[in-house]
Design a protein around this ligand. Structure first.
Ligand SMILES: Nc1nc2c(c(=O)[nH]1)N[C@@H](CN(C=O)c1ccc(C(=O)N[C@@H](CCC(=O)O)C(=O)O)cc1)CN2
Ligand SMILES: [Mg+2]
Length: 296
């Protein structure tokens, strides 16, 4: 193993400390406390863990947390009505609806019902459009966390060849936009890409976000490349389960310059960036200068 390990847990802890200091500053200076509303529909076990972590960390950085847990039989109309109330609630600066949603609810309807300025997930079509046209946007948390770690690891990203494997609206596409905005030469690869091995091998930066356990073997990685593994895949292992990424960690760590582990890499940064986005949303809503915490 030669790669540096990019410690997402430590990064996230550092970002939360900076968010907490800024929350303290705007509360004492402007008398405003940022508030985050998280909505969970149903009882998906992983979602419950993430929502609990979000609520706890929101309170720990000094923000107000509003948690809404709805049964998995909730209709789309009832969920839209709740979002309408949260949009109008002046104590709430950020709104997040935990994904996935049960099948009777169309996520596109729900995400586009959230006020763009309170859309701390950055999933609203207005924020996606703003990001892709270089305007001030709310930036999706997972790619924002990846960008922060890449900038800290590599400094200036301009001119780097970046390959993003995966084209989802919530990770792959916004990640590519962020890298492009930092002047990388960006390729988005996906399940239909021809000779994926050669494409990945050409990259100085590989962001893997396909959701397939260890799909990218170590010998696809260019020696010295920086590898950001977004995958969080639970696999069976010796009668138990364990988490692995989309990259074969042991193989890639032998050749990469730096790599994020799973767990403890991108995942913790997702929630830290949610807190940072909530602070940003609160500052924008109240016309306060938004602190630079390494945001896009
Ligand atoms: N509305 C949203 N829904 C979902 C998002 C999102 O950003 N917005 N992302 C994921 C889930 N997610 C946050 O919601 C999330 C996933 C994983 C982690 C994390 O810290 N993972 C740990 C491992 C945790 C474990 O042991 O299971 C790690 O990688 O170290 C945080 C947040 C889908 N839904
Ligand atoms: Mg795909």
């Amino acid at each position: 193993m030669s790669a540096r390990i990019i410690d997402g847990k430590a990064f996230a802890a550092q970002l939360r400390r900076r968010v907490a200091a800024e929350v303290d500053r705007i509360r004492s200076g402007a008398g405003v406390t940022p508030g985050l509303a998280v909505v969970l529909v149903g009882d998906d076990p992983a979602s419950q863990v993430y929502v609990r972590a979000k609520g706890r960390q929101t309170v720990e950085v000094g923000m107000e947390s509003f948690e809404h847990r709805l049964p998995d039989t909730t209709s789309e109309a009832d969920l839209l009505a709740l979002i309408g109330r949260l949009n109008a609630d002046v104590r709430v600066h950020g709104i997040l609806v935990q994904l996935p949603l049960p099948p009777q609810i169309d996520p596109a309807h729900v995400l586009d019902a959230i006020s763009p300025e309170k859309d701390v997930d950055g999933f609203h079509v207005v924020n996606a459009g703003r990001l892709s046209t270089g305007q001030e946007a709310m930036v999706p948390c997972t790619p924002l966390g990846c960008l922060m770690m890449l900038r800290a690891e590599l400094g200036v990203l301009a001119g780097k060849r970046a390959v993003v494997v995966g084209r989802s609206n919530i990770v792959g596409k916004p990640m590519a936009q962020l890298l492009l905005a930092d002047d990388c030469t960006v390729t988005i690869a996906h399940s239909r890409t021809r000779d994926l091995r050669a494409v990945v091998r050409s990259a100085d930066i590989v962001v893997a976000a396909v959701g397939r356990p260890r799909m990218i073997p170590g010998d696809w990685i260019r020696p010295g490349a920086t590898v950001i593994d977004v995958g969080i895949n639970r696999i069976a292992a010796g009668g138990k389960t364990r988490l692995v990424g989309d990259v074969d960690y042991d193989g890639a760590a032998d050749v990469a310059g730096a790599i994020t582990p799973v767990p403890g890499g991108v995942g913790p940064m997702t929630i830290a960036c949610l807190l940072s986005n909530t602070l940003t949303a609160c500052c924008r809503i109240h016309g306060l200068p938004a602190p630079d915490l390494g945001n896009a």
